[in-house]
Design a protein around this ligand. Sequence first.
Ligand code: ZN
Length: 178
Amino acid sequence: MTNKSKKQLRQEAIRAEIAKRQSTRANLSPLDRNQLLSLVEYVGKNIIENGHENNFQFSAQWARRNSVDLEKLTDFLASERINDDWDLAVGCDPFDLMGESEDRLSWMPLDQTELEDLLDWLDEAVQERGCNHDYTLSKEWLSNNSADTATTLMALMAKGGGCDCEIVLNVEPENIYP
Ligand SMILES: [Zn+2]
């Protein structure tokens, strides 16, 4: 006999169902989680640096460079309702889709201390200097801390951080690091 509550049992069932879906998906995907991460980071960086045109232009470049069959890749992405590079960058978290790793529950190029430093710094900077509804302050911190600015901004944007103040409000380290 166990003393698990109904709530615990329900949570276990949900976790088991999520794990099952992640493994089914991993079997269908032509990419493993690390390749998917490399794709998402490549596409995210390019969207921030060059803009996007509602197509798979950057995914196609990545596929060519990595000898991945683009049609198989876009078929898989379509099955996840990802229909262009933008969808991929904001809605295709490799850890959500295929399961967490030892050090990530979801996509974030910064490590935990770096992200916590950024959030603390931004919190004060937004209060002192205000948010222009862009990434002025975040870009300043990222370039002063030698982070990959474009890739990191895309990851923050994918987590609801649409500008400096939204990063402070919406990005939660406890949802990113185990
Ligand atoms: Zn703002």
